[in-house]
Design a protein. Structure first.
Length: 281
């Protein structure tokens, strides 16, 4: 795990990693039941959180998914802000992968903060990819043509924002954090059962806080200009992590905040959620 080593940086990051618990490295620079495979009309981008009822489905082990519509949004913030268009709808896990789901597929539970419905932690990026592979190979999933994967970074932020342009998907300040987010001020420095805080406008829980979430992309600077269906650079040294955790301060849980981690690194506050396209490809 790449952590800042100097005293100055350790003081600045003590709320995040306590200088004794690793966290993803902040950026150096700035059931068989299937939904109808059609995309709902994308909601208008707004600075207010307006609930939208998206189609929901569940797979053979009970994982729930929302069908996220195709659309265009502004990704990032400040000088990194750029327009991104996602041309195809995709399914996004309603919750982070739980320890019971992970153990059902993988046969083990590497998490320190035990709880069947807590997000799984203690694994690395390769473990998350292997979970997706094994889940896809389950007989019911294979018969349904479901191929699971980690979301791209663009898909993650688009789903997190849920049509908003605010700092968080629910508000533009820290006033309502406690109702929506597990972070360092209310978590007790542990993870919690998924779905206990309020969801975002598209019905996704814990997009902010509880556990960091791994993405498919290698980490690098954003591309400039308008981008369509980005998947990140072809290679790199770090993978993208998003969403913050119960060990981080509030600002790390913002919709646009980026972090990174080595694919082989393990962390108790670092988990993931899965996605797939309606066609399973």
């Amino acid at each position: 795990m790449h952590l800042f080593k100097s005293v100055v940086v350790c003081v600045a990051v003590v709320a995040v990693c306590g200088c004794d618990r690793s966290q993803p490295t902040p950026p150096v620079a700035s059931n068989p039941t299937q939904p109808v495979a059609t995309s709902p009309t994308p909601p208008a981008t707004t600075n207010k959180s307006t609930p939208v009822e998206l189609p929901e489905s569940a797979n053979s082990i009970g994982m729930k998914f929302k069908l996220i519509p195709a659309g265009t949004f502004t990704m990032g913030k400040g000088g990194d802000a750029h327009e991104v268009t996602l041309t195809k709808p995709f399914k996004m896990g309603v919750h982070e992968v739980t320890q019971s789901q992970y153990k059902q597929v993988m046969g083990v539970n590497p998490s320190q903060f035990k709880g069947a419905d807590n997000p799984v932690g203690g694994g690395n990026w390769e473990d998350a990819i292997e979970f997706c592979r094994k889940l896809s190979e389950l007989p019911a999933e294979k018969a349904a043509g479901n191929v699971y994967r980690l979301p791209t970074e663009a898909q993650w932020e688009y789903a997190c924002r849920a049509g908003t342009t605010t700092i968080y998907s629910f508000v533009d300040d820290d006033s309502d954090l406690g109702e929506h987010v597990w972070y360092r001020e209310n978590s007790g420095r542990t993870t919690h059962s998924v779905g206990r805080k309020l969801p975002n406008a598209w019905g996704l829980y814990d997009m902010h806080g509880n556990a960091w979430e791994r993405c498919q992309d290698w980490y690098d600077d954003y591309p400039s200009g308008v981008v369509t269906d980005p998947t990140g650079p072809a290679e790199g040294s770090f993978r993208v992590c998003r969403g913050g955790s119960g060990y981080t301060p509030a600002e790390y849980c913002r919709s646009a905040y980026r972090s990174r981690d080595e694919p082989s690194s393990r962390d108790d506050f670092l988990g993931f959620r899965v996605s797939l396209s309606p066609s399973g490809k």
